[in-house]
Every structure is written in structure tokens, then in C-alpha cells.
Design a protein around this ligand. Sequence first.
Ligand SMILES: Nc1ncnc2c1ncn2[C@@H]1O[C@H](COP(=O)(O)OP(=O)(O)OP(=O)(O)O)[C@@H](O)[C@H]1O
Length: 334
Amino acid sequence: MITFDDVVKVYPGGSTAVDHLSLELPTGKTTVFVGPSGCGKTTSLRMINRMIQPTSGRILIDGKDVAGQDEAELRRGIGYVIQHAGLFPHRTVLDNVATVPMLLGKSRREARAVAAELLERVGLATEFASRYPAQLSGGQQQRVGVARALAADPPVMLMDEPFSAVDPVVREGLHREFLRLQKDLGKTIAMVTHDIDEAIKLGDVVVIFRQGGHLAQVGTPQELLEHPADEFVAEFVGRDRGVRSLSFDSAADLPVRPLPADLVLDDAGRPAGWSTGESTGGTFTVADSLRLVTDLAISSPVGIAVRVDDHGKADGVVPHHDLVDHLAARRGRK
Ligand SMILES: Nc1ncnc2c1ncn2[C@@H]1O[C@H](COP(=O)(O)OP(=O)(O)OP(=O)(O)O)[C@@H](O)[C@H]1O
């Protein structure tokens, strides 16, 4: 666990970047710092590995004050990923990643073997290993940056806007990769982003800052969407927060009706469209979210979402008025 204990940072010149921050970042989870520009996110992140010294207060990792630790040793346990990956331009991709294990005392051969394995883990094919950073796309460079940060197998990772320099499609892929990796690795991650959607997608815990380095709210993405603490948070998480909070609710307890006669099935019982010739526009299973069902019901030409089982066989439908009733009942329960 990383603990901020009443941390203040006032820069020379008098601007307060972080104002009495007390916060706990749980072990093995991703905590995302988000907020408007200049609200102290990066300053907070960099105080964890002592790139910036707090003016007052303490930061502890697993109960140990970082201020009392040897800087080099502290940083060996903390991976650091930045926006443009920060790769060494004159070293190959493989050697960029192998540098850290070599610094930690592994032979060149061993270090390269570790590097090759990490590159594979972040989804880079072996053919990229011998290229130089400039010969990679932004998204590929970012993967190398993540692999390099993981090379010392640090329990803690700091990530400052790691995905913001790439286009939305590439970012989407990196997000998927990140979630898959983190599920396997369970690192204690602190990440900075200015993008609330990214924070909600990647964070187990989301910390919203407001101007002046004040904490606005801390919570799970679902808590922030459903119970914003004030107008600032409500505005920040977005006006469509109600719809987005449906992503965190399962479709498992949504009541379904029997299959209507005008739903056409193929020989295997899979939905093939409506008798009017229109498509079902997709299907859902009990493992999906209420957001998907809502989307299907709204975009369906007949206003009905079709549920299938694990084999793709249709096993029930949800007309949009049933969905509206379910959502109203859900609101009553919360
Ligand atoms: N080295 C510095 N000297 C003086 N003031 C600084 C310094 N670094 C940052 N600041 C100020 O401290 C405040 C917080 O900066 P910080 O970089 O932590 O914000 P941020 O939330 O990460 O912003 P952004 O999203 O724009 O990167 C800002 O007002 C900034 O101008």
C-alpha cells in the first residue's frame, strides 16, 4: 500500500501544487489520478519515487517512509512509464528493455532473454526486437516503455499519461493490453491521466483532484459515477454518467421473456434476424453489462434485445419497456 499522509507541496515562487493530501493506494490495484490541468497530479505521482520532495507530510510504501530510503534502491522497486516512452534512441528495442536487468547484475545473455519474454508479454512480435525506437509506431514504443518499466519486476509502477500520445484506436488496444497484463501481474500502480474515460476504464480506484491540489473525491469508478460528491465531480465525470454506470451492472438478474414468434432462428437455434428481415443488431449473454443491453434495445429496430446462451442459442428477449422498469427498480434499490 502507498500512503500519502498529509502531504503538501509548495513550489518555490509560492504556488501550492498539492494541498494536504491524505490518501491510500491499495496494493495490487490500479489507482488513477485525474483532474484538470495543473491540479497537482504529476507532482503527487513524482513524490512517490522522490523525483520531487514534499514540502511537508510523508509518503509511505508498505509503512516505510520513502524519505528515509536510499534513492537508488527505492527506484529499483518502482517502475516509471512516461508519455513518449522515453526510450534510448541509439539502442535496439531489445537492449532498451535489457538495460535494466543488466544494471541489476544479470549477464547480457540473461538480460536479453528476460527482455525478449517481456516484449512478448506486452504484445510485441519478435521481429521488432532488433529495430530502433524511431522505427516503431507510437503505440509500439509505448509497449516497449511498459516492458522496460516491468524489467526489474518492481512491485510498484508509476505511469504518467502513458497512453495519451497515441491515437484513439491504438489507445484502445493499449488499454486492453494493460488490463490483461495487470490482471496477471497485480502491480501496485499509480497512473496519471487527464482523461476521465481512461480513468474509469483502467482504475480500480479513481482519485479526482481539483484546482489548487485539493482532493475532490476518491472512489471506485462506479461510486464516482453513481454518487458524485458535488457539482464539480458530477460535471467532471460527465453528464452521461448514469448511462456509463450501467457498464458496471450485470445483465444476469435482468428478467427475460420467452422468444417471440417473429424472431427467426437458424438450425442451431441461433438468432438470424426478425421476420421483417431486420437484423437483431447483436445479442447479449448473462455475462454482459446492462449498458450493452440498453444499447441493443435502443438501437434495435423493434426495440428488443436478444439474449443467447454460451453456445450462441437464443434463450430470451428483453423489450425496452421491461428494461426501463428494471432500471427504475434498480434506482430504487441504490
Ligand atoms: N517545477 C515547478 N516550479 C513551480 N511550479 C510548478 C513546478 N511544477 C509544477 N508547478 C505548478 O504546480 C501545479 C501542479 O502541477 P502538476 O504538473 O503537478 O499538475 P498536473 O495536474 O499534472 O497538470 P497537467 O495535467 O497539466 O500535467 C501547477 O500549477 C504547476 O504550474
